[in-house]
Ligand binder design. Structure first.
Ligand SMILES: CC(=O)SCCNC(=O)CCNC(=O)[C@H](O)C(C)(C)COP(=O)(O)OP(=O)(O)OC[C@H]1O[C@@H](n2cnc3c(N)ncnc32)[C@H](O)[C@@H]1OP(=O)(O)O
Ligand SMILES: CC(C)C(=O)C(=O)O
Length: 686
């Protein structure tokens, strides 16, 4: 049968209460209710394979650790397993919690139908416990009375009263001193309350109250279940308010809720019904229970928490709780489930990631402490408060943008990427995610980054050794900018070794040996700092890169601090072609040089026309002073440079040297370098 064209005959609209003076809409929930966890009863009875004793014990211990003080542990008359489990708890409580620390002040609740032999066995199961709640239920709706029991309203009241009196006689008024020693509470559930006439619910509960004779010190619990959720949550709230205001002796009863989730509104129904006067809520962790489940106690508690109200239960380690719940119920928690779902503290989409990343950045900049006000785009709860990690907050797939990718790199490698590099690298990630058609894991993204910017190994360029020295001023030929090789060095040796003036300048000379695609090359270059002098040296190989952006920051702290340097290079003559390089090293200058070589490697690799391996077409000759500078480098053995012959004026370059030991010069001129680069940049008007 397809869906009916007109369902109005088959399904009747729920008739709401006429409650014109309802008060609850202007109330708020300002404190936590009394919680009752019914995972081991209502939750358990709905499982394909109910829990055995050991599983129940593990679960019970967890509930105690979370902080629940009222726990429905079983339906003792249903099975020997349930009976024995309840006995074990009762005895442990009597013995002071040797097995289960913290059990002493927990109320052990047990459920029974209105049948005397079952009530008797149920009470027996709790013999000797310190605190017990005997919970009896009887369905009261017209539907159930007519279809299930064949009972009128009066007959239902009669049965409920009879069984309550019986329960009283074998609990708080028992002849048996051990039974009497228990602090008994009594709970009555007019089952199917949500579909019961409000007047009849009040009538039967008044009768039960009369039969039990509660006191203000030990009130009776009226648990008003939405056994089946029948209407919108506001109607349930009306039903609860009606009950609270029409019952007598309000202080002698506690109003408890037991919402199911048939319409998907159990949480909302609970919250509105608390506004309407209920003081207690029964539910389960993550909403396991009959059909669509019971109301989820985790959501209710954390909803309160995010309003600044401590719920009195502790979900600091929600992941461990999820593990126990999933293993015990053998039902996975939906990935989108509030607070607990795997995906609820994750963002894949670019704009969400960007906003979250900025939110965390703002907290960092403002120096916020964990307890400071939480104002965070897209995240209503600080994941850290429930033991979830920030790393998991942002995940990357083809829907992600630069912000999320940068977040992953920051968290996995500690690198704070400049915006331009974020844009550039996120294209690489996007392409990979699209090609793979799935999420990329943080370690995959970190790996992509390390490969793209040669953090582990630069396959093309290796800085073998170098020296940065101040250049004496200054022939007019020295007036070069980054990207333009100084003429003096380019042409003859004499000019460079015979400066016109003899004053010092802020120019720097890079003299070094670099291996390119396995072949080692002596290089000389001059610039305003270390980076520009190396850029200048690379020009002589035909690698025409101009530095366009530069950023550095410290990585880690203390003794192990390293510098991370990011350099964006423009390809000379083509302002649209840019390439990024990254360098990490203990020495800040060396980090910069490595970053530039990383960019150079990216540049070479992007050149499809460049044959591999790269060999410079022409190496310029060196002047005598340049040769002297190169000879001071720590290459070769016995102080003899392997390049001596080939470096001689007129000999040309392009050498294949022997393997050489790397040496880092500890010349900390980073500030100078940065300032010089900035100056140069502003001179160029860029
Ligand atoms: C909404 C809820 O979750 S209520 C709790 C439900 N939980 C359970 O049922 C789990 C444990 N249940 C059991 O182990 C069994 O059902 C028992 C032991 C309670 C009873 O078992 P049985 O005697 O075999 O009966 P059965 O399971 O068929 O239950 C239905 C009978 O109980 C009656 N019944 C149902 N609810 C109640 C009640 N609250 N009070 C008294 N009788 C009731 C039914 O009318 C029916 O009676 P009938 O046999 O005269 O027609
Ligand atoms: C026994 C009662 C409280 C119940 O589980 C229900 O009505 O759902």
């Amino acid at each position: 049968m397809p869906m009916l064209k007109d369902p109005s005959k088959k399904y009747r609209k729920f008739k709401p209460l006429d409650l014109p003076n309802r008060q609850w809409p202007s109330k708020t929930n300002d404190k936590p209710p009394r919680w009752l966890a019914t995972d081991l009863r209502d939750g358990n009875q709905s499982l394909v394979d109910p829990m055995d004793g050991a599983q129940k014990l593990r679960y019970f211990k967890m509930l105690v650790e979370i902080g629940y003080k009222e726990i429905e542990v079983s339906f003792p008359s249903a099975s020997q397993t349930d009976f024995d489990f309840t006995r074990m708890l009762a005895e442990d409580q009597r013995d002071g919690g040797k097995l289960i620390p913290g059990i002493e002040d927990v109320y052990l609740q047990v459920l029974t139908p209105c049948r005397e032999e079952l009530i008797k066995r149920t009470v027996e199961s709790l013999r000797g416990c310190k605190r017990g709640i005997l919970h009896m239920y009887l369905a009261t709706s017209e539907c159930f009375r007519r279809i299930v029991f064949g009972m009128s309203e009066e007959q239902s009241i009669e049965l409920a009263v009879k069984c309550t009196k019986y329960a009283r006689s074998i609990t708080k008024e028992s002849d048996d001193a051990e039974i009497r020693s228990t602090h008994w509470q009594y709970e009555f559930s007019p089952e199917t309350f949500s579909d019961t006439s409000p007047e009849f619910a009040v009538r039967i509960c008044e009768a039960v109250k009369g039969a039990w004779e509660p006191s203000e010190e030990n009130p009776i619990i009226f648990n008003l279940p939405a056994t089946v959720e029948m209407s919108t949550p506001n109607v349930y709230a009306d039903q609860i308010e009606y009950f609270c205001t029409n019952m007598t002796e309000r202080k002698k009863f506690c109003v408890s809720l037991h919402p199911h989730n048939d319409r998907g509104c159990a949480v909302a129904a609970s919250e509105l019904a608390q506004m309407a006067g209920a003081e207690r809520v029964e539910g389960t962790l993550f909403g396991n229970g009959e059909r669509t489940g019971n109301v989820d106690l985790v959501t209710l508690a954390l909803n309160l928490y995010t309003q600044g109200i401590h719920p009195g239960v502790d979900f600091s380690d929600i992941n461990s709780i999820i593990k126990v719940v999933e293993e015990s119920n053998k039902i996975p928690i939906n990935e989108r489930w509030p607070y607990g779902g795997n995906l609820v503290v994750c963002a894949f989409s670019g704009s969400h990631q960007d906003a979250i990343k900025k939110g965390f950045q703002t907290r960092k900049t403002e120096g916020s402490k964990p307890e400071d006000p939480w104002v965070m785009p897209y995240l209503p709860l600080d994941p850290q408060d429930i033991g979830r990690t920030y790393e998991a907050v942002i995940r990357v797939n083809s829907q992600s943008g630069k912000g999320g990718v940068a977040w992953i790199i920051q968290n996995s490698l500690g690198l704070d990427l400049p915006r331009g590099l974020q844009v550039s690298f996120s294209k690489i990630v996007q392409k990979e995610a699209d090609a793979k058609g799935r999420e990329l894991l943080p370690r995959e993204i970190a790996g992509l980054f390390e490969d793209a910017y040669h953090l582990k190994r630069n396959p093309r360029f290796t800085l073998i050794d170098y020296n940065i020295s101040a250049v004496r001023a200054e022939t007019k030929q020295d007036k070069t900018s980054v990207g333009q090789p100084p003429q003096a060095q380019d042409t003859t040796t004499t000019k460079s070794t015979a400066p016109v003036q003899n004053t010092s300048s802020n120019k720097r000379q890079f003299a070094g040996v670099i291996a390119i695609d396995g072949a080692q090359h002596p290089l000389i270059g001059v610039g305003t700092g270390a980076i520009s002098s190396l850029a200048n040296a690379l020009h002589s190989l035909g690698i025409d890169l101009d530095v366009a952006d530069y950023k550095e920051h410290a990585l880690a702290s203390g003794k192990d601090v390293k510098a991370a340097t990011y350099i964006e290079c423009m390809v000379s003559g083509n302002p649209h072609e840019k390439v990024w390089g990254v360098g990490i090293h203990e020495d800040v200058v060396q980090a910069s040089l490595i970053a530039l070589l990383s960019a150079a490697s990216g540049f070479l690799t992007s050149r499809v026309s460049t044959p591999k391996p790269f060999r410079p077409k022409h190496m310029r000759d060196f002047s005598a002073s340049e040769i002297q500078a190169l000879e001071q480098l720590n290459v070769g053995s016995g102080g003899q440079s392997p390049f001596r012959d080939s470096m001689s004026p007129g000999a040309g370059g392009g050498l294949n040297g022997s393997p050489l030991s790397a040496r880092a010069d500890r010349v900390d001129i980073s500030k100078l370098e940065h300032d010089a680069w900035k100056e140069e940049e502003s001179r160029n008007g860029s």
